[in-house]
Design a protein around this ligand. Structure first.
Ligand code: ADP
Ligand code: MG
Length: 323
């Protein structure tokens, strides 16, 4: 970390003063005590904050650009789940030292991700300490079409985007020191852990068409339970229907469904809607993302997972920080 305040400002200026895509709602960005944002008419601000800590959310020593893409990707995924568009974000960075090679890679990874998803960095904080990255994302949503995790209706289907279990498998490969040649299944799974694909387009299509939605950060079992609890209904999920990638099946043949059900960090969307709305969502999304019906909503409470027609329990109830 910089030894003086002026070195700190130089660092902010060099790496963070012009990062991401300019946004017309941003009246004033990095450099002042506050940033100034002017909301588009009729929109409400959707806000979410996430922290990633070295050794807790990612293994020590992973590339700085992967720390950046995980931090921004997971934060943007919350906006996707709320049906919001993504507009801008702030960044609180705690660094153990002033490692310019690390910062170059971090800032360039962050800029790539910010450009891919059309968001602008508008402020933050920089200090010294154990490596952690906190990102607060801001987006816009129509006031009456905010998507919540608490509205799931009995009779609706439960759907999921993309493939499940890939990121959990990628984390396991990363912990084993596997790197993976380009194009190899290992590289695909590692990529799914290092660089989430927040489903922002899908989230906006879901808005107004679904009764509930959540993004999968802790894992399907844990996050489906949140929908059941918040909506006060019962969710029944058929584990045999979980969408799994060829790479996952190839590299973890005996464990693909278990990883799909219980491992975290996939940042896919789990949503609940009527069958005809699901068909419309599918049409609107074209072939851009896989959508799979994996269960339904029933009277009652809690989550039931079925495998081969029989109830099955998974160990992971999501990552617990305080036990
Ligand atoms: P203050 O002391 O008024 O809180 P700082 O000295 O912490 O301001 O930061 C100066 C400016 O740089 C502010 O506009 C702040 O938002 C911005 N900033 C600081 N750190 C970061 C960062 N990591 N990313 C983006 N902007 C940052
Ligand atoms: Mg100030």
């Amino acid at each position: 970390m910089p030894k003086s305040r002026s070195a700190e400002f130089a660092l902010i200026d060099r790496y963070f003063s012009n990062l991401g895509v300019e946004d017309e709602s941003v009246v004033h960005g990095v450099g002042d005590d506050c940033a100034l944002v002017s909301p588009p008419p009729g929109k409400a601000l959707s806000i979410s904050i996430d922290t990633v800590v070295e050794g807790v959310h990612f293994p020590p020593g992973i590339k700085a650009r992967h720390v950046a893409s995980r931090a921004l990707g997971s934060a943007l995924s919350d906006l996707a789940a709320s049906g919001a568009s993504a507009s801008h974000f702030t960044l609180a960075l705690t660094l153990p030292d002033n490692d310019l090679v690390w910062l170059d890679d971090f800032a360039s990874g962050l800029a790539d991700m910010a450009e891919e998803y059309g968001v602008r960095l508008i402020g933050g904080d920089t200090c010294r300490g154990p490596l952690s990255v906190t990102i607060q994302v801001h987006g816009w949503v129509d006031k009456d079409s905010f998507v919540s995790r608490g509205g799931a209706q009995v009779g609706h289907g439960v759907y999921v985007s993309g493939y499940l279990g890939d990121a959990g498998a990628g984390l396991r490969l990363c912990m084993q020191g596997v790197t993976g040649q380009e194009g190899a299944p290992e590289a695909y799974l590692l990529g799914r852990f290092f660089k989430p694909s927040p489903r922002l387009m899908l989230g906006q299509v879901l808005s107004g068409r679904v009764s509930a939605c959540i993004d999968l950060s802790d894992g399907l079992v844990a996050d489906a339970q949140h929908i059941a609890d918040h909506s006060e209904v019962a969710l029944s999920i058929n584990v045999d229907l979980l969408p799994v990638s060829t790479a996952l099946k190839t590299l973890f043949p005996g464990r693909a469904l278990e990883l799909a059900a219980s491992s975290g960090d996939d940042y896919e969307l789990l949503f609940v809607c009527a069958e005809q709305d699901a068909r419309q969502i599918e049409t609107l999304m074209g072939n851009t993302v896989e959508l799979t019906r994996i269960g339904d909503v029933q009277e009652g409470r809690g989550l039931t997972c079925l495998c081969g027609g029989k109830p099955i329990k998974f160990e992971s109830g999501g990552y617990q920080h305080f036990v």
